[in-house]
Design a protein around this ligand. Structure first.
Ligand code: URA
Length: 434
């Protein structure tokens, strides 16, 4: 087989066979297929799509490109959650500890920033010392000892996704339904959890712009998970505005800590309760979502979720003083308000524009080898439906210097649309597929 022929077939909108997909992923994993050919192929997939059979084959090939963990010697049931990516999405940092505090071991493999959205691994690395690259044996040990581990893909687990994910980040090939489905589900299958909740986001701050596209993505991922013998549910949640107030790595860690300590923004708390309730029900702790919600709320109120987060940070080498006193997290030298140009109701917020602005501030990558600045980001003050007065802050830009803040300000202003009529805020959760 020749990679150039497979690229051409995809370019022409033809399906690839399972053997061809296996060959392609094996070649990319062992380095015989170079990044430039894989980039061309990923762009062809983005433009021409893949059918559901190809998507399932791609998922399995990527999952099997490394070790497939079996965690049943550690616990009868382990749980995992994954988001398809959004602006200000720090749910893993809150939900993982909440669920672990109920005695459900969480074995989570997360990603770095992708396209205009942030990634859990970059967020956690804003805690000095926090180790995200752990081998399979250490991952297992932490799941057993702490009940919670959040790791980046090592060379052992779904390495094909690790390479392709980094490539898609910088080749404008993120927004593809089959590539997202295969990326998410290959990691989930390789990491070995029995129960998986997928947070499938739609809207201007998500890779799926419409509810219909998100629903299709959710259906494919649920089906792939079930075919692999896992219990899976998908929550369709809104990205018509950022989740919570913080967008940017260290800012989001600070906000997650606020929730774990009993405060934080209500939408973030609510989404964690919805996703968490699905996991608790899937894992069989109760049949009743309302009871699951009450159990999860108790983990925030009684400090047990915070204790799990603390233990995870400590066991993964992070400096716990920094999470105990979040003011020690990296802070950007410049904090500049962006004010409303007119009085009106906030009608829409373009999440992608916000995410791109955070990248431009240094919070994301333009090339694979780029280092990111954990301190930069945005704190959102005006949300959809809010009435703002001219001259009052919409958000605060956290930047490395004043010129960086000034450069992103026009795009941020253009991200807000106003109305002189009251606007109803979008629903946070649209549907749950079980
Ligand atoms: N999360 C992933 O792990 N992969 C994607 O492609 C998108 C979100």
């Amino acid at each position: 087989m020749r990679m150039v022929d497979l690229i051409a077939r995809k370019r022409d909108g033809l399906p690839l066979t399972r053997e061809e997909i296996d060959w392609l992923i094996a070649g990319y994993s062992d380095g015989t297929i170079p990044d430039y050919q894989m980039s061309a192929w990923a762009m062809a997939v983005l433009l021409r799509g893949m059918d559901d059979r190809e998507t399932a084959d791609l998922t399995l090939a990527m999952a099997q490109s490394g070790d497939m963990l079996d965690l049943h010697d550690l616990a009868p049931i382990t749980v995992d959650k994954h988001s398809t990516g959004g602006i200000g999405d720090k749910t893993t940092l809150v939900l993982g500890p909440m669920v672990a505090a109920l005695g459900l071991p969480v074995a989570k493999m997360s990603g770095r920033g992708l396209g205009f959205s942030g990634g859990t691994i970059d967020k956690l690395e804003s805690i000095p010392g926090f180790q995200t690259t752990l081998d399979g044996a250490t991952f297992r040990r932490l799941v057993r000892e702490v009940g919670l581990a959040v790791v980046a893909q090592s060379g052992d687990l779904a390495p094909a996704d690790k390479r392709l994910y980094a490539l898609r980040d910088v080749t404008a090939t993120v927004e593809s339904m089959p590539l997202i489905a295969a990326s998410v589900m290959s990691k989930k299958l390789a990491a070995g959890a029995d129960c998986i909740v997928l947070d499938v986001k739609y809207g201007s701050g998500a890779f799926m712009r419409t509810l219909g596209e998100a629903r299709h993505l959710a259906q494919i991922m649920v089906k792939i998970g079930q075919l692999a013998g896992r219990r899976v549910a998908a929550v369709l949640s809104s990205m018509q505005q950022p989740l919570g107030q913080a967008v940017g790595n260290a800012l989001e860690v600070r906000e997650a800590i606020a929730v774990l300590r009993g405060g934080g923004p209500p939408d973030l708390v609510e989404l964690c309760l919805v996703l968490g309730s699905e996991l608790v029900v899937l894992a069989g702790l109760t049949q009743e979502p309302d009871e699951a919600r009450a159990m999860l709320q108790a983990t925030l109120a009684n400090g047990s979720a915070w204790a799990k987060f603390h233990a995870m940070v400590s066991h993964q080498g992070g400096d716990v003083r920094v999470i105990e006193q979040p003011d020690l997290l990296p802070v950007a030298p410049v904090q500049q308000p962006l004010v409303a140009p007119c009085t009106g109701y906030v009608a829409t917020i373009d999440g992608m524009a916000l995410g791109l602005a955070v990248n431009a501030l240094g919070g994301g990558r333009a090339r694979k080898e780029d280092l990111i600045d954990p301190a930069v980001g945005l704190m959102i003050q005006a949300r959809v439906g809010d009435l703002v007065e001219a001259g009052h802050p919409l958000l605060t830009i956290h930047a490395a210097d004043e010129s960086a803040a000034a450069q992103v300000a026009p795009a941020l202003l253009a991200a807000y649309r106003f109305s002189d009529q009251p606007v109803a805020p979008p629903a946070l959760v649209e549907a749950i597929l079980r």
